[in-house]
Design a protein. Structure first.
Length: 367
């Protein structure tokens, strides 16, 4: 015999209440509740679950705030912002508080270290400026008497040539050569000190690169011939007019060509110029290629350091102060370009200068 519909419904409700009562609080938390009433137990279970859910939500929100604060603090430390401190929290968040204590200690130590580093940096910059000012003043004071020595030596040489005293003429030639070499060295030191002190200005103008390269060839031809070398130019410039500082560009190329000639004997030197377009930017590329002694791979970076050459044997054999490439790199950077080198011992070297391809303003005059 089947139960009436109402009886079936009541049994389902009773089963639901028994299931809910199974979730009721423990016996020590049922004060004032009729444990024999399934409905009362179910209500108590729902209330307990609601309280636990609220506690979980509160704990989650508190933990998220704490973790967000820790993340912001760590990010601030990474950005060298050591003025923030992590907030300590009450309760049983031991891991969070331990991390906060550690971060605060690290922040204090890093702040102290940064203060020392900033002081050391300022002292180093002041010393560098003082050194540059001293070198600039000393270079000027040394060039003045050297120019006088060269002038008097030229006058004496003319008299000796007129009187036919060839032996004394050769001695005067040595004096003039040594004096001119010193002037060049002092000029390099002066240029480097000006660059480091920020006193070397760039004066761009419209430069015809074909004319500039012809002038470089004419200037270097006597010394190239004296070393038994051959100098050639390869110019592929559909737009030869460049907006740059002609004096500084000429100085860079003269340094590189002079080095190529010094370290090459009975060989070939090529000055190549071409345009390069990549990634939406245009460049003028100069390549100075020689068949000289070359540079070992582990010395390529060192050649651009001040007062440095590939090795001591090179310095003893060829001389020089090692300032030319340093100055050339600094000048290229000031012209918003770059300089790189590839080389192999016994094969030769290729120095590459890249300058931005900028046409002159419409009102600019050509050099």
């Amino acid at each position: 015999m089947s139960l009436p519909a109402d009886s079936s419904r009541d049994e389902r409700i009773a089963a639901l209440l028994r299931a809910a009562a199974a979730l009721a609080p423990a016996a020590d938390q049922t004060d004032g509740i009729d444990t024999s009433d399934p409905l009362a137990l179910a209500e108590a279970a729902v209330a307990a679950a609601s309280r636990e859910l609220a506690q979980l939500r509160d704990y989650r929100a508190r933990t998220e705030r704490q973790m967000e604060e820790l993340f912001e603090t760590i990010t601030a430390y990474a950005a060298l912002d050591y003025d923030r401190r992590v907030t300590m929290h009450d309760g049983n968040d031991d891991i969070t508080n331990a991390m906060a204590i550690g971060l605060n200690m690290m922040g204090e130590e890093l702040s102290h270290t940064m203060t020392q580093l900033v002081g050391a940096r300022d002292a180093a910059l002041a010393a560098s400026r003082s050194k540059s000012a001293f070198l600039a003043n000393m270079s000027h004071e040394l060039r003045t008497p050297l120019n006088a020595i060269i002038g008097y030596a030229e006058m004496i040489r003319e008299d000796l040539v007129a009187s036919g005293q060839e032996a004394l003429t050769r001695d005067v030639d040595r004096v003039m050569f040594a004096a001119r070499h010193l002037v060049l060295v002092i000029q390099d030191v002066l240029d480097l000190s000006r660059i480091e002190a920020g006193r070397l200005d760039i004066h761009p103008e419209a430069v015809d690169l074909r004319v500039l390269i012809q002038e470089l060839q004419a200037t270097l031809q006597p010394s190239v011939a004296a070393a038994g070398n051959r100098l050639a130019a390869r110019v592929e410039l559909p737009h030869p007019i460049l907006w740059t500082d002609p004096l500084r560009l000429q100085q860079v190329l003269l340094n590189l060509l002079g080095n190529a000639n010094k370290f090459t004997q009975q060989g070939d030197i090529v000055l190549a110029a071409r345009e390069l377009h990549e990634r939406g930017a245009g460049w003028i590329v100069f390549e100075i290629i020689d068949t000289g002694i070359g540079i070992p791979a582990d010395k390529l970076d060192a050649v651009f350091e001040a007062f440095t050459q590939a090795d001591n044997e090179t310095t003893r054999r060829f001389g020089g102060t090692g300032l030319g490439l340093t100055i050339s790199r600094r000048l290229c950077e000031m012209l918003e370009g770059m300089i790189t080198v590839t080389s192999a011992p016994g094969v030769g070297s290729t120095f590459t200068v890249r300058l931005p391809l900028r046409p002159p303003p419409a009102t600019a005059s050509r050099r």
